[in-house]
Design a protein around this ligand. Structure first.
Ligand code: ADP
Length: 464
């Protein structure tokens, strides 16, 4: 027995409960048995006194004292309990006294003194006797009748019963505890199987699953729950691996470019200063782009670790939209696009991290600028409906193909990789924007038509 196994603990509990139950049962059974033995003996003693009384009532008037004694002797020897009885009158004169009682000189209470019938247990000559004394009236005269019953046999029976209980109780206890232990270990064997199978699964073989017993019970549910957990872990690990691979790929390209530019510049010593400056400009540009990617990666890594980097307070959403519009306008105009924005005059209260939400809107404005050819337009609008505030960014740009719509919020996903990269995108902007909006219990949606333009909606619940 392993001391810490559930089977052992269950058997222990089983033992304790059963031991208490059996002890209580044995004590109760012994007392019930004893009460029933005494009840039978007491009934018999009362019956005998009644018999003596009936005999006296029918005979006492017609017989003399010695005749009565003879009659008593004759009848009592045949009756139950033998002749263990004695009778005396008011003056203490014996009507009858059986030999064993006379020899032992068993005292008797006179009828004047005996107020109520009494029982008494006494040991006489190593024999246990139970005495019953009752006051009777015969022909107007009071007498005391005292009868006795030999208790040795009853006591022996009680003792035998006690021994049986003492012997049977531990045997029953041992048998039931062993049975309990066997049952519980049998019931828990599948749990051991499950834990052994679970131990074999590690990060290398996360695609393996536990066998599910079709029993419809807790064990089936446990295996199914563990399998569901393994599936979630496996998909998280796949996402993490993908993320790491994409991130390294994304960082390798600019670093290689920086290195090549620096190597080319260093190869020929006597270059004009302008060429060096151009090489340095290119290196600077790549460095900026790389640090932007690193910033985004760090933000997403913190988002994944679940550490709250969004701290919400009561803020005015219209003020956030206006400030994003001010910042975005310069960028849009610098790319030869027209910009219009419309935000409500009064405050619109939401629970938000103003900087984070502004960042999300700027990602959308930046994308609109990136994917709209010169001469196009970008509009920032605001609406309030069904308990939520909505900011939307529309552009008249290249739009998004239907099959790409499902992927645009994925990390590192870009519809047109060459074009996006040329614009400085690493495919992380929309996933960051989505994460920020969702941290505000909001949602992000997109409507788009290739060649006509796209509209991104950011819905944030209003603060009541
Ligand atoms: P990127 O840094 O490449 O812009 P995002 O995550 O912001 O990354 O966007 C993912 C992809 O979604 C982009 O590469 C682009 O193909 C597409 N996209 C995003 N915004 C727009 C838009 N306004 N118009 C057209 N395509 C867009």
């Amino acid at each position: 027995m392993r001391p810490k196994s559930i089977g052992f603990r269950l058997a222990g509990w089983y033992f304790a409960v059963f031991a208490c139950g059996l002890a209580l049962f044995s004590i109760a059974a012994w007392f019930a048995m004893r009460a029933s033995v005494y009840h039978a003996i007491d009934d018999e003693l009362r019956d005998r006194v009644r018999g003596v009384k009936q005999f006296m009532e029918s005979q006492i008037a017609s017989l003399s004292l010695p005749e009565i004694r003879d009659e008593f002797r004759e009848h009592s020897v045949l009756g139950p309990g033998g002749d263990l009885f004695q009778v005396c009158d008011q003056q203490g004169q014996w009507l009858y006294r059986s030999v064993p009682l006379e020899n032992a000189n068993v005292p008797i209470a006179l009828p004047g003194v005996l107020s109520a019938p009494t029982f008494q247990d006494k040991q006489i000559d190593r024999r246990w006797l139970r005495f019953y004394s009752e006051r009777i009236i015969v022909n107007g005269k009071p007498y005391t009748v005292q009868v006795a019953s030999l208790m040795n046999e009853s006591y022996e029976a009680l003792e035998r019963f006690r021994l049986i209980l003492l012997l049977a109780t531990p045997l029953l206890l041992i048998a039931s505890s062993a049975g309990g232990y066997w049952l519980s270990t049998r019931a828990l064997t599948p749990v051991d199987d499950i834990s052994q199978a679970a131990q074999r699964i590690s990060i290398e073989n996360l695609q393996e699953r536990l066998a599910v017993p079709q029993t419809g019970d807790q064990l089936q549910r446990l295996s199914e729950t563990l399998n569901a957990m393994l599936s979630r872990l496996a998909s998280s690990v796949t996402r993490m691996k993908q993320f790491t691979a994409d991130a390294s790929h994304e960082l390798r390209a600019p670093i290689a470019l920086i290195r090549t530019t620096a190597e080319v510049a260093a190869q020929k010593r006597d270059r004009p200063a302008g060429e060096y400056l151009q090489a340095l400009d290119e290196i600077l540009e790549e460095t900026e782009r790389t640090s932007q990617v690193v910033d985004s990666l760090m933000l997403l890594a913190r988002a994944d670790s679940g550490k709250g980097i969004v701290e919400t307070v009561l803020v005015d959403f219209s003020a956030i939209v206006r400030s994003a519009a001010d910042q975005g306008e310069k960028l849009i105009r610098s790319r030869g696009l027209t910009f219009s924005s419309q935000a409500p005059e009064g405050p619109v209260w939401i629970e938000a991290d103003a900087d984070a939400l502004r960042r999300a809107l700027l990602i959308l404005i930046d994308n609109a600028a990136k994917y709209t050819p010169a001469g196009g337009s970008v509009a920032l609008r605001f609406a309030q409906q069904n308990g939520r505030a909505t900011a939307s960014v529309s552009d008249s740009g290249i739009g998004i193909a239907k099959e790409d719509m499902a992927h645009i919020f994925d990390r590192f996903w870009r519809a047109d990789k060459a074009r996006s990269r040329e614009q400085g995108g690493a495919g992380l902007g929309l996933s960051i924007a989505k994460w920020i909006v969702e941290m505000h219990r909001g949602s992000i949606e997109v409507e788009s038509e290739p060649g006509k333009g796209s509209t991104f909606y950011v819905h944030i619940p209003l603060k009541r």
